[in-house]
Design a protein around this ligand. Structure first.
Ligand SMILES: Cc1cc2nc3c(=O)[nH]c(=O)nc-3n(C[C@H](O)[C@H](O)[C@H](O)COP(=O)(O)OP(=O)(O)OC[C@H]3O[C@@H](n4cnc5c(N)ncnc54)[C@H](O)[C@@H]3O)c2cc1C
Length: 439
């Protein structure tokens, strides 16, 4: 049956298996049963029908930034070639194939006065991100990536392609907005675009020794900022890598990023600027294409581990804990505090299965320099996560989970029950496996 594929079936016997089986995140030694590089939606339909008749399971994967061992022994459908991309400026929407990355969508928006809701990596897929929550530079004014999903083209458990939106199946649409890949393979999606007439943003850098004062000022600035303005703060320890500019190589900093879609930053930065010695400040007009690359996250595959936790406030206790675990160089490369917003998709709590509901999120990241340090890096991250527990609140979107987390960190028991019921209805034989299975 799979002989009809237009794309490529790659199995453990194929010469390039070792390369093809990996996702972007090399810290997960992903071992699927086979990989199908789909050439189009018809290939996805064939794979699902084949899997059903042979009692196999199917997982979709774009870049593999969210690789986990849940994908082991499944047929992984790679969506890279599903690359259609069209923008409807008057309708403020884009149709994207499942393989389209944020860098491509944002690139298509230059000069339109509109933006999508990219996060910190241009190479993450729009569909994978939105299905898993998606917290963006613009989540404060415009909500989560999941909330911007208007409709999807889905290959369902019968192997049939259908269009799903709030009119045709509101429950399934709710589940797809943050419920991940457990409900079918999305071949394309329609996402909402948002007004961005004058994106302006950039970064202030301070000595790491002033981090306590800068993070305190950051907390105050986020309270004062209008909803259009987003501020993210970081502790960063740059490695001694020749790939880095000499000015930062081997050095540590406290940094604050700021961005707004409408050019209005008046007064927002005064509190932060006055908290320490500004080593560098670059704030300028930005094109939508530049936004997804603001953090300069490396595009080639990396061994990356991370933890994410949500908070109501930036308190002295939170700052003290971050500094005691990550104030000095270690295997934790970066700790970020992201200011999001609470209140659900477009101010409608409960419109998506996963939506950041706490105003602050802490992300700590290790880019593991060699496989033998993987365990030590995870131990350091878990110790920080434990240290943060007393102030942690709310649920995380699945796009913030580490491979070792479970979806229990993302949904209330009531939402989990609802997700399980929808799963039983649309995929009774459990053909589809997301990178995090429904517990
Ligand atoms: C460097 C880096 C930066 C990041 N920055 C952010 C950020 O700022 N904000 C944020 O929210 N997240 C961020 N993430 C997390 C990222 O959004 C998730 O890993 C997400 O899963 C998308 O990555 P991907 O497109 O490579 O997905 P993949 O790893 O390819 O897919 C992840 C899962 O999504 C599901 N899926 C993907 N495509 C489909 C499909 N077509 N149909 C059905 N299910 C599908 C599957 O369950 C799959 O296992 C970042 C990750 C990295 C590594």
């Amino acid at each position: 049956m799979l002989e009809q594929l237009r794309g490529r079936l790659v199995t453990p016997e194929s010469p390039d298996w070792e390369q093809v089986r990996s996702g972007w995140n090399l810290s997960v030694d992903q071992r699927p049963a086979a990989v199908v590089e789909a050439a189009g939606p018809g290939d996805v339909e064939q794979v699902v029908r084949y899997a059903r008749t042979h009692g196999l399971q199917v997982s979709a994967q774009a870049g593999g930034h969210g690789a986990t061992h849940a994908l082991d022994d499944t047929i992984v459908v790679r969506t890279d070639a599903l690359d259609e991309l069209s923008v409807d400026v008057p309708a403020r929407s884009a149709r994207v194939g499942a393989g389209v990355r944020w860098g491509s969508l944002q690139g298509a928006l230059d000069g339109t006065g509109l933006t999508g809701l990219p996060g910190s990596s241009a190479s993450v897929s729009v569909v994978g991100y939105c299905l898993n929550g998606g917290f963006s530079w613009f989540s404060r004014p415009y909500g989560s990536g999941a909330g911007s999903l208007r409709a999807v083209e889905l290959v369902d458990a019968a192997g049939d392609r259908r269009w799903v939106d709030d009119a045709s199946d509101p429950d399934l649409m709710w589940a797809l907005r943050g419920g991940g890949g457990n409900f079918g393979v999305v071949t394309a999606a329609e996402v909402e675009l948002h007004p961005a007439p004058a994106i302006t943003g950039g970064r202030l850098m301070f000595p790491i020794e002033q981090a306590a004062a800068v993070l305190t000022a950051y907390g105050k600035a986020t309270q004062e900022a209008p909803e259009s303005v987003t501020l993210w703060a970081y502790l960063v320890h740059y490695p001694q890598s020749p790939a880095l500019p000499e000015a930062v190589r081997g050095k540590s900093f406290c940094m604050v990023d700021v961005i707004t879609p409408d050019g209005e930053l008046d007064g927002v930065l005064a509190t932060v600027r006055s908290a320490g010695t500004v080593l560098s400040e670059v704030i300028r007009p930005l094109q939508p294409s530049e936004v997804a690359d603001l953090n300069s996250v490396p595009t080639p595959p990396q061994a990356l581990s991370l933890i994410t936790s949500a908070f109501q406030e930036v308190t002295p206790e939170l700052i003290g804990t971050l500094l005691s675990y990550a104030g000095e160089p270690s295997l934790i490369f970066q700790v970020a505090i992201r200011h999001l917003r609470s209140g659900g998709v477009g101010g409608r709590p409960g419109a998506a299965a996963a939506d950041p509901v706490a105003p602050y999120m802490v992300l700590a990241v290790s880019i593991v320099p060699s496989p033998e340090l993987q365990q030590a890096a995870e131990d350091q991250l878990r110790a920080l996560q434990e240290g943060l527990l007393p102030w942690r609140t709310g649920y995380m979107p699945p796009s913030g989970l580490s491979a070792w987390n479970t979806l229990r960190d993302c949904y209330s028991e009531a939402d989990l029950t609802r997700l399980r019921e929808i799963k039983r209805r649309v995929d009774p034989d459990d053909t589809f496996v997301g990178n995090f299975r429904l517990p």
